[in-house]
Design a protein around this ligand. Structure first.
Ligand code: GLU
Length: 364
């Protein structure tokens, strides 16, 4: 089984912000025994910013973006050194992969990273993946490593994504054993409301909200997601065997095929096309491509090949995503027009604005 394990800063570091080397040793031990059983493991690890900051003895809580980027540059080699040391105890090699969001945007880069990850795990080398924080800027960041771990799980067709955190799972109310939700079939709006809080430890970035967003993406693409307490490393084997420890969010039965989940989740949307009710019905219920005639408004500046959200013009709610055949400035000229008319306005190669094969329904 291919398993992505995500470990957050609050799990990996001490209260003082130092890397918890003992924890990393224990993780290596558990991962080693999973590998002995034939599983392929990838680790998405945070902790670089915190480790770098503490290493430099910086106490101040509020730091600028460039300072955080500098801390990551100091902390990332410390993090890798801790992983290398721990896995060497079990004769396992580790490798470092640092990613930025834009790598997932371009299909060629995406395929390259996928090939590298596959080559590493096929050769029993454990990828330790983190965001390349030192070069990431707003437009190209993942936001948090929960999102990164979901996109990695999609890229390598993982069966499970295990997100380790500092609570036991998702709670229905105040955190106590009786309110822990062991199994979620489908992430509803209610679950999203329950989990709208952000990180409480002050060291990590996400909190439960970003974990649920990551789980939504992973499960829609066929990856079962488990949100569980990272301190209970000894339960990892049981989790992999399917025991409900923490909260398990089941993979959607009718999940998206690989290319469509890349369009829907891995590529960052660059704009929105608003359509009338008739066009929405055609897309949702008749399996049609998007034509110019149903488009009422366009927002954002985008190019042919970018991922675009499709929203209902009245409700403003996104219901699909797809790869546009036209740049936004051309769409401004052709919106609302019939396919024959378009041919007189632009040199239209394709009649469709977004072809059905490149279109994904994200809710209905
Ligand atoms: N990439 C960051 C780090 O290594 C952490 C981001 C996150 O925790 O979501 O420190």
């Amino acid at each position: 089984m291919r398993i992505v394990i995500k470990v957050g800063t609050s799990t990996l570091t001490t209260k003082e912000g130092l890397l918890n080397e003992q924890y990393i040793f224990n993780l290596a031990k558990e991962v080693f025994s999973l590998r002995e059983q034939g599983h392929k493991i990838l680790i998405v690890s945070s902790g670089a910013v915190s480790a770098g900051k503490t290493h430099l003895c910086i106490k101040d809580k509020h730091k600028t973006l460039r300072e955080k980027q500098a801390f990551a540059a100091v902390g990332q080699p410390l993090l890798m050194s801790a992983y290398s040391k721990a896995f060497a105890e079990y004769n396992n090699s580790v490798s470092q992969i640092l990613l930025t969001r834009d790598v997932f945007d371009r299909r060629a880069n995406y395929i390259n990273v996928r090939n590298t990850l596959n080559t590493l795990i096929e050769n029993d080398i454990i990828p330790i993946i983190n965001e390349n924080d030192s070069v990431s800027i707003d437009e190209i960041n993942f936001g948090d490593n929960d999102m990164l771990s979901a996109l990695v799980a999609l890229a390598i067709n993982a069966e499970k994504l295990i997100i380790f955190t500092d609570v036991d799972g998702v709670y229905n109310g105040t955190p106590k054993a009786s309110s822990l939700i062991p199994k979620i079939d489908h992430i509803t709006e209610e679950i999203e409301k329950l989990t709208s809080s952000t990180s409480s430890s002050g060291r990590g970035t996400g909190g439960m909200k970003t974990k649920i967003i990551a789980a939504k993406i992973a499960t829609a693409s066929g990856v079962e997601t488990i949100i569980t307490n990272g301190t209970k490393l000894n339960l990892l084997k049981e989790i992999v065997l399917g025991s409900f420890i923490g909260t398990t969010i089941l993979a959607s039965k009718k999940h998206l095929e690989a290319k469509k989940s890349w369009i829907a989740f891995s590529k960052k949307p660059k704009g929105t096309i608003f359509v009338d009710q008739k066009a929405e019905d055609f897309l949702l219920n008749k399996g049609k491509s998007l034509l110019a005639v149903g488009i009422t408004k366009i927002s954002g500046a985008f190019k042919r090949g970018d991922t675009i959200n499709i929203a209902n013009a009245q409700t403003k709610k996104d219901f699909a995503r797809g790869l546009t055949n036209y740049d936004s400035d051309i769409l401004e000229k052709v919106k609302g027009k019939k396919s024959q008319e378009i041919k007189n306005i632009v040199d239209a190669g394709e009649g469709e604005i977004i072809h059905r094969d490149n279109l994904v329904i994200i809710s209905n």
